[in-house]
Design a protein around this ligand. Structure first.
Ligand SMILES: Cc1cc2nc3c(=O)[nH]c(=O)nc-3n(C[C@H](O)[C@H](O)[C@H](O)COP(=O)(O)OP(=O)(O)OC[C@H]3O[C@@H](n4cnc5c(N)ncnc54)[C@H](O)[C@@H]3O)c2cc1C
Length: 430
């Protein structure tokens, strides 16, 4: 898949390079000796690796709106993951290259470079940081299987130890320390905000109603208890239910797409039973309080083009389109035509469909087509051409299970739709 840079990416790239640019006059260029090259590579990878590690922490801050220059929170999390993984690899190369650089001076020297006397505590701090990274960060990359979500989150938090140790290793060795203070403070402030500050910024909502939509799917209606959340269609929030009778997930934050129109004074979210917490929410007590944090995401984008739209939604991935359709009703106008293809296994199990079809009857410019998997097999070009002949010229939004998203992405790009015109959301961050 081709990479499309966003404004935030450029700022991030500049921040990654900052410590290296500041250090370069002191580092100079290596002579032609292999040992010099290796030592230089060891230093450069150390500087870049630590900058990436600190920035991976910094962009995990999660402040509503800050994700949009990066194309939404899901994309920001992918950048966070990429930076963390890149840092891990570079810091491995850092230790290896420095050791190899000393080999021409003899094995004992190489060993002493890597494992100096304990009096050189600064090197041992580097080793401890490396160990903390292997212990706490490596499992979050799924090297040892897919971690459970809550365990994955706890591992992320303790990996802050690696950050502190790596900074303590780098600061005494650096010529100019200010870039490290800057990035270090940004990384640590982000972690502190996530753990302490963000809770204070959550809004209180009362669960007013729990409306069943299908087996294992409900819609929660939430009434603000003070300041209300301001959002756009297709965005999502983090919901932390506080109902004491919940069998699971009490006090836990989970992301859910907002299905109400921004103009609605109630918030609505559709919840599918996909695990412990979402199962318990099916019978959450009306009247209980939930905390809401957000909004996040950039599904429809801030600068919509004048092109007609094609929306492709399936499973619980229909929720951003429900929010989009309700917004069109609230506005009463459809500036560009919208065709929603609802991908389902069985028509009678397609929740929200009655409401979406009734909107299509009332609202000129908005239409709905159902694609029944059991009847027609996977969605193909013939279906698209039949129902949406000019599909390749439209702005396309798709949201569904990962396999569905991947299939549609292949199908569309295979038909020459540029990647920049396909906007997708996967309802899974791991
Ligand atoms: C941007 C986004 C929007 C979403 N919108 C909706 C929606 O409108 N309706 C809906 O029913 N579901 C939605 N989901 C999925 C929903 O967040 C998960 O189903 C829910 O968190 C599962 O938690 P659980 O404890 O019930 O299940 P678990 O068994 O704990 O988790 C099932 C899977 O859900 C994911 N998950 C679990 N907890 C979290 C978390 N806190 N943050 C991110 N992912 C998590 C993990 O991939 C996990 O493998 C959305 C997810 C994302 C990322």
């Amino acid at each position: 898949m081709r990479y499309h840079p966003r404004a935030g990416d450029l700022a991030l790239a500049a921040a990654v390079l900052l410590p290296l640019v500041v250090a370069l006059p002191r580092l100079g260029w290596p002579a032609n000796e292999a040992g010099d090259w290796l030592a230089w590579t060891g230093r450069v990878t150390g500087i870049l690796g630590l900058a990436m590690l600190l920035l991976a922490a910094a962009i995990s801050i999660r402040v509503p709106g800050w994700d949009r220059p990066f194309g939404g929170l899901a994309r920001l999390w992918r950048l966070h993951h990429g930076l963390g993984f890149g840092a891990f690899v570079l810091l491995m190369v850092h230790a290896l290259a420095l050791a190899l650089a000393a080999v021409p001076l003899g094995l004992p020297v190489a060993v002493e470079v890597l494992f100096p006397p304990f009096s050189r505590g600064v090197i041992w701090l580097g080793w401890l940081a490396w160990l903390a990274m292997v212990l706490f960060l490596a499992p979050t990359f799924g090297f040892f299987g897919r971690p459970r979500y809550q365990a994955w989150k706890r591992l992320h938090l303790v990996s802050a130890v690696a950050l502190l140790l790596a900074l303590a290793h780098a600061l005494p060795l650096a010529g100019e320390t200010w870039p490290w203070w800057l990035l270090g403070m940004a990384g640590l402030a982000a972690i502190a905000w996530r753990k302490l500050g963000s809770r204070q910024a959550r809004l209180a909502y009362r669960i007013e109603a729990v409306e069943p939509l299908a087996r294992g799917v409900v819609e929660l209606v939430l009434a603000p208890q003070g300041r209300r959340l301001v959002h756009e269609p297709g965005q999502f929030l983090y919901l932390t239910p506080l109902d004491k009778t919940l069998a699971a997930g009490r006090g836990e934050e989970h992301p859910y797409t907002i299905t109400s129109a921004p103009a609605d004074d109630r918030l609505r979210i559709g919840i599918k039973d996909l695990g412990d917490a979402s199962h318990a929410l099916q019978t959450v007590t009306p009247g209980s309080i939930a905390r809401v944090e957000g909004p996040y995401g950039d599904f429809y984008g801030r600068h919509p083009s004048g092109r007609h739209r094609l929306w492709l939604g399936g499973g619980i991935g229909i929720t951003p389109f429900v929010g989009g359709a309700r917004d069109l009703v609230a506005r009463g106008v459809v500036a560009a035509q919208v065709l929603l293809i609802y991908l389902t296994n069985r028509r009678e199990r397609a929740y929200y469909l009655d409401e979406l079809e009734s909107i299509a009857e009332r609202l000129a410019g908005f239409s709905v087509v159902v694609h029944d998997y059991l009847e027609r097999g996977a969605l193909d070009v013939a279906f698209l051409v039949e129902h949406c002949p000019g599909f390749a010229e439209r702005e396309i939004h798709l949201c569904g299970p990962p396999a569905m998203n991947a299939h549609l992405m292949r199908l569309l790009t295979g038909q020459g739709v540029p990647r920049s015109r396909i906007h997708s959301e996967v309802l899974d961050f791991l």
